[in-house]
Write a protein that binds this ligand. Structure first.
Ligand SMILES: [Fe+2]
Ligand SMILES: [Fe+2]
Length: 277
């Protein structure tokens, strides 16, 4: 069912366990963005609310993705510690949901945002063997999704001016690198038992779905928005993403025999100036 995104907080034993497992969320300078809100131009406040609402949902979807990955790893009889890692990331992502939701609340609450939670988890062919489903989810979620979000988060952190936005981005940037690592651990564990050609097609399609991010990166946003929200300028954003696709995704996939066709992704020339050191 498609409905406005709404998030609840139960409190009591659920909240205290969550806080014990992942301390720190209450220590951020909450209230400071709300205090600054009256001085923000309307369009900046609206863009910020929309961006934090979108952030809350994409973290929620990441939690669903890691839960699906943990299930597939369980069904595949994966190593204990590897399964635990995937399950633990669900909790990380719920912290990120909370942080984004609280940022949106500083500005009056969620922006209009229609979602179908029945479809929040990534789709995989249930007829595939569990190890193939786990590898496919690992590639889409971790080797690609998280690998692309790591440099975007650190770039956003460098760009962000508001202390609360910075504090949230710093927490996210600290938590995410292991999320981008688990995919490679899974591929290496499953080595020799996977259909590399199928995974190459999966990876190519997943990357093509992200391509609008770097194709359409623009400098339209007002610099004041960008500073408040930690949005990188278009060129920096494009560079961070295309470099991540080459160096953090395509290259390590190729090293594992999963050859992705990057020609259709419009990554630009590898010799462009940002690659000169
Ligand atoms: Fe996250
Ligand atoms: Fe993540």
């Amino acid at each position: 069912m498609i409905a406005q995104l709404e998030l609840e907080w139960l409190g009591g034993p659920a909240a205290s366990r969550f806080r014990r497992r992942r301390p720190g969320a209450d220590d951020l300078p909450w209230g400071s963005l709300a205090a600054a809100a009256p001085s923000l131009p309307d369009e900046v406040a609206a863009a910020a609310r929309a961006s934090f609402t979108d952030g809350a949902f994409s973290e929620y979807a990441s939690a669903a993705a890691f839960a699906a990955l943990a299930s597939a790893l369980l069904e595949a009889g994966a190593p204990i510690d590897l399964i635990a890692m995937a399950g633990d990331f669900v909790v990380d992502e719920m912290v990120h949901v909370e942080l984004n939701a609280r940022l949106a609340m500083e500005l009056g609450g969620a922006a209009p945002y229609a979602v179908d939670l029945d479809k929040v988890a990534p789709l995989v062919d249930a007829a595939l063997p569990a190890i193939e489903r786990a590898a496919e989810l690992a590639v889409k979620i971790s080797c690609i999704g998280e690998a692309l979000s790591v440099p975007v988060l650190s770039g956003s952190l460098r760009a962000a001016g508001h202390p609360l936005v910075r504090a949230v981005l710093a927490r996210l940037a600290r938590d995410e690198p292991p999320h981008a690592r688990i995919g490679w651990l899974i591929l290496d564990w499953a080595e020799g038992r996977l259909d590399a050609a199928r995974l190459a097609a999966v990876a190519g399609e997943a990357l093509a779905a992200y391509a609008p991010l770097w194709r359409q990166a623009s400098d339209d946003a007002d610099p004041a928005h960008r500073r408040t929200l930690g949005w990188m300028d278009g060129a920096t954003y494009r560079r961070a993403l295309t470099r991540a696709v080459r160096e953090r995704v395509a290259r390590p996939l190729a090293a594992r025999g999963i050859a992705v066709d990057t020609a259709r992704l419009d990554l630009g020339e590898p010799g462009e100036p940002w690659r000169r050191r």
